[in-house]
Design a protein around this ligand. Structure first.
Ligand code: ADP
Ligand code: MG
Length: 636
């Protein structure tokens, strides 16, 4: 028997381990299972190269709880350790590793940057156990060893009569960690961290229908047929799938396999994904994974079903910030890489060359996939556009490299459901929609119903009207306008009267003289008396409405951009809504206003103004009540 002190330099490492990142105590289980997995794969390797003369047998890891003894045991049949190896790997190497790890992070109380926390290793057991025992028998022909440590730097190491190869780690759970003796808790952790572990993990047994048994159909005395119950057998409850889809070759997988994997990964997700991207690279870094484009549902919960990061099939985190570009964080799926440094801070992660390359690779793969979907089946791509556009538009705004690829497949649907690429749109409209100053004006609407009359007016002129309604589209238009040749201008259909949106030659002659106009304007302004409206006199077709309310493009867009971030360069805090009241000076009613007495002028203007507001759904409250009252008076 030997007794000793693990290390002399730090006496209080156990309290430190105990305190370490309180909320993350649960990772001890993942660490111990990782060790058991390593022990198994190492043995497999040694057997394959002829260095271990033993049978691998039924490789598995067993987790068991003994409530009476208050222990949790992690047992493997991997390569095991001799007493010398325990001394070396547990007392020296693992200990100094844990010590170094703690030294690094002990001051980082809220270090959210430590993702995964790999590195604490074996000693993380002391976060939940007051005493830890190792019983281990090496594949080498040496007696088994029993190591016990009660949380002080003192340990004992004695021989043991274990004859089966492998290691048992027995945790005597501390009083304040009793939850880890609950089956539900452990099952939850196994599912969270290890459901794709490389080595099968057994947690208890379960009853299943005996596959050997074919239930007979029995006829009762009335001739009614019933099936006899299926015979049940008890089998190991293996909690993991050791061979998840992302670890397999894309060539070996059917569409159905990806669908099944999506369901396996997110059992609570009932919507199928739109399509998947299989990632697989081994140079200059190792990375596998499958990303899914989800269907965007109304109540899209970004916090749910996020992309999961694994390291060699062990779950690390579902916070992939920094590793996956921002615009792809709405995607779902799995990324698995042994090359992502796990126990470093996020700011470091973002500067890390390998991580930058990974992010670039993912962006490229996604762009390539979208591009091939577009090329191979445009019709289907158009159908999916509404679900994927937010991600693509966001990507185009945030990553120049993605913009360059996406501009070839990003779509611009019209109000009549024709889908143009930008180049197609430009080609189609450049003759008809270029104004007299050479600006190529692209018209769009954000809402078919609300802007119906404006859309109609534009269509009557033969113009194409796009429907652009995603929240960041203003930013994207801005980018398009500034990155092109400067001749492209986006304008929403309700930004002005149609003749002003795309100004051709001034053909309409004004019925009113300049003097009359000068007289009219203050009359209108006085009657309206609302600072959010700017009166604008226009000589238009006499068939056009007398009053039209428009929303100036520039102000509206600035406001929208500010609401979605990034438009703050003009420092307009909370901008009020601004409107133009376009008054058609060629309309009969306007002449009538001009020639009426003051009393009548007021009445006509209020009524026409309210009608214009009504057509834009801008008339509310007291104004609406008064309008209705007034209207009844008129028809009496
Ligand atoms: P790491 O896994 O990073 O090497 P750990 O602290 O988790 O660090 O483990 C320390 C060492 O203890 C391992 O490298 C291994 O040599 C040994 N070890 C731990 N658990 C087992 C096990 N179940 N079977 C065999 N060896 C083990
Ligand atoms: Mg380990």
């Amino acid at each position: 028997m030997s007794k000793g002190n693990i290390n002399v330099s730090v006496e209080n490492i156990f309290p430190l381990i105990k305190k370490f990142l309180y909320s993350d105590h649960e990772i001890f289980l993942r660490e111990l299972i990782s060790n058991a997995t390593d022990a198994t794969t190492k043995l497999k390797h040694l057997i394959s190269i002829g260095e271990a003369k033993t049978e691998l047998g039924d490789a598995k890891i067993e987790i068991s709880i003994d409530k009476k003894a208050k222990t949790l045991t992690i047992k493997d049949n991997g390569l095991g350790m001799t007493a010398d190896e325990v001394e070396k790997y547990i007392n020296q190497i693992a200990f100094s590793g844990a010590e170094e790890f703690l030294e690094k992070y002990k001051d980082d109380k809220n270090e959210t940057g430590v993702i995964g926390h790999f590195g604490l290793g074996f000693y993380s057991a002391f976060m939940v156990a007051k005493k830890v025992e190792i019983i281990t028998k090496s594949f080498k022909d040496e007696p088994a060893a029993n190591w016990v440590c009660d949380g002080s730097p003192e340990f004992t190491l004695v021989e043991h009569n274990k004859t089966e190869r492998g290691t048992e780690i027995i945790l005597h759970i501390a009083d304040d960690s009793k939850e880890f003796l609950e089956e539900g808790k452990i099952r939850g952790l196994l599912t969270k961290y290890n459901r794709f572990n490389q080595v099968p993990i057994k947690f208890g047994t379960k009853k299943i229908n005996d596959p050997e048994h074919e239930p007979k159909t029995i006829k009762d005395k009335d001739g009614k047929e019933t099936k006899e119950p299926h015979r049940q057998i008890e089998v190991d409850d293996i909690i993991n799938n050791t061979n998840p889809a992302w670890t397999r070759k894309p060539a070996d997988l059917e569409d159905e396999d990806y669908k099944n994997f999506y369901r396996e990964l997110y059992p609570m997700q009932f919507e199928e994904s739109l399509f998947h991207i299989h990632l697989n690279v081994d140079y200059p870094f190792n990375l596998t994974g499958i990303l899914f484009f989800p269907k965007l549902t109304q109540n899209l919960d970004m916090q749910k079903d996020k992309i999961q990061l694994y390291q060699n099939q062990v779950f690390v985190t579902d916070n992939v910030e920094g590793i996956v570009p921002d615009f792809l964080q709405m995607l779902k799926g799995v990324i698995d890489s042994p090359d992502i440094p796990l126990n470093v801070s996020r700011s470091y992660l973002q500067a890390d060359g390998a991580v930058k390359k990974i992010s670039g690779y993912i962006t490229k793969k996604v762009a390539d996939k979208l591009s091939s979907l577009f090329k191979n089946n445009r019709e289907d791509f158009e159908k999916k556009w509404n679900d994927i556009k937010v991600i693509i538009e966001y990507g185009m705004l945030s990553e120049d490299k993605f913009f360059d690829k996406a501009k070839k497949f990003a779509l611009y649907p019209t109000v009549d459901d024709t889908y143009f690429t930008f180049d197609e749109l430009v080609e189609k409209t450049k003759d008809s929609q270029t104004d007299k100053d050479g600006n190529h004006v692209i018209l769009y609407a954000a809402n078919k119903d609300a802007q119906h009359s404006f859309i109609q007016a534009a269509k009557d002129k033969g113009y194409e009207v796009l429907i652009l309604d995603s929240p960041i589209v203003s930013h994207l238009m801005q980018k398009k306008e500034t990155s092109g040749d400067g001749k492209i201008k986006f304008t929403r259909v309700d930004a002005d009267h149609i003749d002003n949106l795309i100004k051709k030659e001034d053909t309409v002659i004004s019925k009113l003289s300049d003097e009359e106009k000068e007289k009219l304007k203050p009359v209108l302004e006085g009657a309206i008396n609302d600072s959010s409206y700017t009166v604008q006199l226009e000589a238009m077709d006499s068939n056009a409405a007398p009053f039209i309310i428009t929303v100036p493009e520039f102000m509206r867009r600035m406001k929208e951009m500010q609401a979605t971030g990034g438009g703050g360069m003009f420092g307009m805090g909370n901008m009020p809504d601004m409107y133009n009241l376009v008054v058609n000076t060629n309309h009969e009613l306007v002449s009538e206003i001009l020639n009426a007495d003051e009393e009548k002028q007021k009445g006509l203007i209020s009524q026409a103004f309210d009608l214009a507001k009504l057509s834009q759904n801008l008339l509310h409250g007291e104004d609406l009540t008064n309008f209705i009252k007034r209207s009844y008076e008129l028809i009496k």
